[in-house]
Design a binder for this molecule. Structure first.
Ligand SMILES: *Cc1c(COP(=O)(O)O)cnc(C)c1O
Length: 462
């Protein structure tokens, strides 16, 4: 019999193994089960030492408190929680303003669970617009395609789930989609070109303005009017503050929709994303459901129905709390740390920097490759750093590029200069340990650093 006086590790729940495959038959005391579950999670990596992820791993206590306060709020119940609905509306307006939408007060956009859902919705809107345009002139509507470079896996999902041909431009020797290559893959069945603003593999910004200009030129020459969507999952909440002169958003008339992850550089807790359209007409009405629900009429355009409201509420808190000045400070600090890591990597004289964390060129991140073409050192280093608790992924670039591997550190809110120095010291130590290995002995199988979210080793999406 369990007794409150029991030492927790002598309690019945702790001296028996947890059920793992069959639904448990008996009830257990909360404090024992809490301890059991919490202890198991000790084996997960330390989130703040996970330098693979783009996602928020540190929250202010007030933000965490708002998340806890909102735990029972369902964002879909707009009639019951009208202020949560109003806060979502304000957030859409604020983000649209940040991205220079022409009329932010009447912005068209939605909160989502992240950029993936936002990408699906933006892709669907582009497909519907394309189909309506084609149908209006009696043209074929059966073979839509989407043109992009090395995109995050969400676009491969969009294409497969919603039956669109993905025209992924092969980019030998380079890492970024060029305007010329994008254009060469477009035709009358192209629903949109996707430019990635903060490329997953390297952290670099693609040349959105250049791609927009090429599409403008295409229209002038041929009449073909192909919209541009910007996947600003990671760049959307850094460039407006730290590289305001880089043109990537609705300042470019060609840009019809943008997705951004609130839970990446937006600093919001996990589960926050935004899809924003340039103007009301860019989101086809047929995609919006007016659900008559619990006494209210509610327009919805999301893939989910019930969803926690805390992420939107906490996003609003962060926008008010930090403002442009605060975001600029937080993100500049991240760039400073990234550049310090880049300098440390350069000093090792073993690696070649692919991206050194300059705000005009990408997100706060550092990416490098091996200098002598021997990629195994990257995978070995990733493995060795893991023993110290650092998760610094090495991964091969998409097959359409060189068969090269890169290693990447994403610097986020919560990574200090001291942590960067500790990381660099560990990198030096690990490289020394590795050079003591006999020739030809490797710790890791090349191509498998163990940090990927799915089974295909090339997807370093975090
Ligand atoms: C992270 C990322 C995504 C997916 O975003 P989630 O918010 O994780 O769903 C899409 N595109 C790019 C470029 C990303 O970096």
């Amino acid at each position: 019999m369990d007794d409150d006086a029991d030492d927790i590790f002598a309690s019945a729940a702790m001296v028996a193994p947890a059920p793992k495959d069959a639904f448990p038959s008996i009830e257990r005391p909360a404090r024992e089960v809490y301890q059991k579950v919490r202890d198991e999670l000790l084996l997960d990596g330390v989130a703040r030492m996970n330098l693979a992820t783009f996602c928020t791993t540190w929250l202010e206590p007030e933000a965490a408190q708002l998340m806890a306060d909102s735990v029972a709020k369902n964002i879909i119940d707009k009639d019951e929680y009208p202020q949560t609905a109003e806060i979502e509306r304000r957030c859409v307006a604020l983000v649209a303003d940040l991205f220079h939408a022409p009329d932010p007060a009447h912005a068209t956009g939605v909160s989502t669970t992240g950029s993936s859902e936002a990408a699906m919705l933006s892709g669907l809107a582009a497909k519907w617009r394309w189909r309506a345009r084609r149908a209006a002139v009696g043209a074929d509507t059966t073979r839509p395609n989407l043109v992009c470079g090395s995109v995050q896996v969400c676009w491969e999902k969009f294409a497969r789930y919603f039956d669109v041909e993905l025209r992924q431009v092969p980019m030998p020797g380079g890492h970024l989609l060029t305007p010329e290559d994008a254009l060469a893959h477009c035709d009358e069945n192209t629903i949109a070109v996707v430019a990635t603003f903060g490329q997953t593999f390297t952290g670099l910004f693609e040349d959105v303005a250049g791609i927009a200009a090429a599409l403008d030129d295409l229209q002038a020459r041929t009449g073909l009017d192909i919209p541009l969507h910007v996947d600003a999952a990671s760049g959307g909440f850094v460039a407006p503050f730290c590289a305001p002169d880089v043109l990537w958003d609705f300042r470019l008339p060609r840009v019809k929709s943008i997705n951004a992850s609130g839970h990446k550089t937006g600093l919001a807790p996990l589960g926050a994303g935004w899809a924003i359209w340039r103007e009301t007409g860019d989101l086809p009405q047929e995609l919006i459901f007016d659900v008559n629900y619990l006494g209210g009429n509610m327009p919805t355009f999301t893939l989910n129905f019930s969803r926690p409201g805390g992420q939107v509420i906490t996003s609003y808190y962060l926008f008010l709390r930090l403002g442009r000045a605060g975001y600029a400070k937080v993100q500049s600090a991240a760039y400073t740390v990234a550049q310090r890591i880049a300098a440390g990597i350069r000093d090792l004289d073993r690696f070649e920097l692919v991206f050194d964390g300059e705000p005009e060129h990408g997100i706060p991140a550092v990416t490098w490759t091996s200098k002598d073409g021997d990629d195994s050192v990257l995978f070995d280093l990733a493995q060795q750093l893991r023993m110290r608790g650092w998760l610094v992924p090495a991964y091969t670039l998409p097959p359409a590029q060189e068969s090269r591997a890169v290693q990447r550190v994403v610097v986020r809110h919560g990574m200090s200069v001291d942590m960067a120095d500790l990381l660099l010291a560990d990198i030096r130590r690990c490289l020394d340990d590795l050079s003591a290995l006999p020739d030809g002995v490797h710790l890791a199988a090349a191509g498998a650093s163990g940090f990927n979210h799915d089974a295909t080793p090339r997807v370093a999406d975090a």
